[in-house]
Write a protein that binds this ligand. Structure first.
Ligand code: RB5
Length: 148
């Protein structure tokens, strides 16, 4: 299950990703927002992030104007690694190296076609593990208040 969320600035990208998931027959849960009417991104980031750490959803896609605010909010939830991506290389590498569980994108930065391409790459690229596992574990250690 893929979790989707956006504010007004990312609404159109979210809808484009949703259409892609429907076309591919990939199950998703849309946490809103449902229009381009102005809303705060925090609740959408929170709901998508919670659905992932609870195990309800496997990965998420969050969109706002830049992808930045909504990713910062999502990254406050323990266990979330949300990455803002603007190109295919970053979408691939954040899965391979960072094991990112949320792709964040900006509706004022990239177009719908690019967003769908980045989502496709993100959702189909595995984590490499190996030397990157220790790095992910260090991120978790920081979350747990440990000293590095
Ligand atoms: C909303 O105007 C805008 O600030 C928001 O979508 C996002 O870009 C914040 O980072």
């Amino acid at each position: 299950m893929i979790a989707l969320g956006a504010d007004h600035g990312g609404y159109r990208l979210k809808e484009a990703v949703k259409a892609y998931l429907e076309e591919k027959g990939i199950p998703y849960k849309d946490f809103g927002t449902d229009s381009e009417e102005s809303v705060n991104y925090g609740p959408y980031a929170y709901r998508v992030a919670q659905s992932i750490v609870s195990g309800e959803c496997e990965k998420g896609v969050l969109c706002c104007g830049t992808g930045i605010g909504i990713s910062i909010a999502a990254n406050k939830v323990k266990g979330i690694r949300a990455a803002v991506c603007t190109n295919e290389f970053c979408a691939e590498m954040t899965r391979r190296h960072n094991d990112a569980n949320i792709l964040a994108m900006g509706g004022r930065v990239i177009d719908e076609k690019t967003a769908v391409k980045l989502a496709d790459i993100f959702l189909n690229t595995p984590f490499e593990g190996g030397r990157h596992l220790e790095r992910i574990q260090q991120i978790a250690a920081i979350e747990n208040g440990e000293k590095l």
